[in-house]
Design a protein around this ligand. Structure first.
Ligand SMILES: Cc1ncc(C[n+]2csc(CCOP(=O)(O)OP(=O)(O)O)c2C)c(N)n1
Length: 277
């Protein structure tokens, strides 16, 4: 997507972009500083696994939210605040991105991604949660059918349940056993064995380096594959809360600097307003 602003050079617009970038620098720092392979890290680096020949399909639940919050355009990163203020257009890669919206169902996501790969004639990278994948294991059967299309990489974030519910206020107020059974629908299904049953290549990754190597390996080998990212609901929830606190602090800090400049900044009810004095 490419956006243009009619008032793109106005002072408040530049300031908002600086604020946005300072927060995104903080998020990048936190994600890179964390040694373990986190779900926000996957969203953060996924663009590095894409080329002009690729397209991205993003599943529902946390993967699309993480891609929205923590994804970044690695090829056109601003190098300085001055550069950012002068740069009048939003950076973009020109990669096609698709997802299933409507009722935001987690059903049929693999099958849709395969249809997207056939229709668009691109190497699709599909990002999906484990429960979503289990809702559509028939997608694996479609994957092995002989339809003419380019190879697909399916990246499954396996936190062994629906992690999105751990980020809702109900998670703090509910008995863990009830949460596990009825909200997270935690499971021990082997994605490796499911893939084997469908003769789909599978690789499980636990570290940042293993993820990078797996993405490169299957891109070069040009074969369909499932890359399973090992994660956990508790660790994911903790890291999301660390990130959001740190982003909040970075925003406060950036605002305190910006407000000392020639524009007046005021915040009320969570809204930021910038006015020429
Ligand atoms: C067809 C359908 N059934 C149930 C839901 C409710 N729902 C929303 S997110 C979610 C859990 C998804 O889990 P997963 O795909 O593993 O992603 P995560 O939450 O871990 O990111 C469920 C069951 C839904 N959106 N659509």
């Amino acid at each position: 997507m490419k956006a243009q602003f009619s008032h793109r050079n106005s002072k408040w617009c530049c300031f908002l972009r600086v604020l946005n970038t300072m927060v995104s620098w903080d998020i990048s720092f936190q994600i890179n500083a964390e040694n373990s392979l986190t779900e926000p890290h996957v969203a953060h680096v996924i663009t590095e696994a894409l080329s002009a020949e690729s397209a991205l399909f993003v599943g529902n639940s946390m993967v699309i939210r993480d891609a929205d919050m923590y994804g970044h355009n690695c090829k056109t990163h601003a190098h300085s605040i001055a550069h950012m203020m002068l740069d009048s257009e939003l950076p973009y890669l020109g990669i096609r991105v698709a997802g299933n919206r409507g009722a935001s169902g987690i059903d049929g996501l693999l099958s849709t991604a395969i249809g997207f790969a056939v229709g668009g004639n691109k190497q699709v990278l599909c990002l999906v949660g484990d429960v979503s994948m289990l809702h559509d294991t028939n997608g694996l059967a479609i994957l092995t059918q002989r339809v003419s299309r380019k190879p697909m990489r399916i990246l499954v974030i396996n936190n062994h349940g629906g992690a999105i519910f751990s980020l809702l206020p109900i998670a703090d107020k509910t008995d863990p056993r009830i949460l596990d059974q009825y909200f997270y629908t935690s499971h021990r299904i082997s994605i490796h064995k499911l893939c084997a049953a469908h003769s789909v290549r599978h690789l499980r990754v636990k570290t940042k380096v293993e993820l990078q190597e797996a993405l490169l390996k299957f891109e070069h080998e040009k074969t369909d594959c499932v890359i399973e990212v090992e994660s956990g609901i508790g660790a994911n929830s903790t890291f999301h809360s660390t990130l959001s606190k740190s982003a909040q602090q970075a925003a406060d800090h950036a605002l305190s600097i910006l407000s000392r400049l020639s524009v007046q900044v005021s915040i009320s009810d969570g809204f930021i307003s910038l006015q020429d004095p």
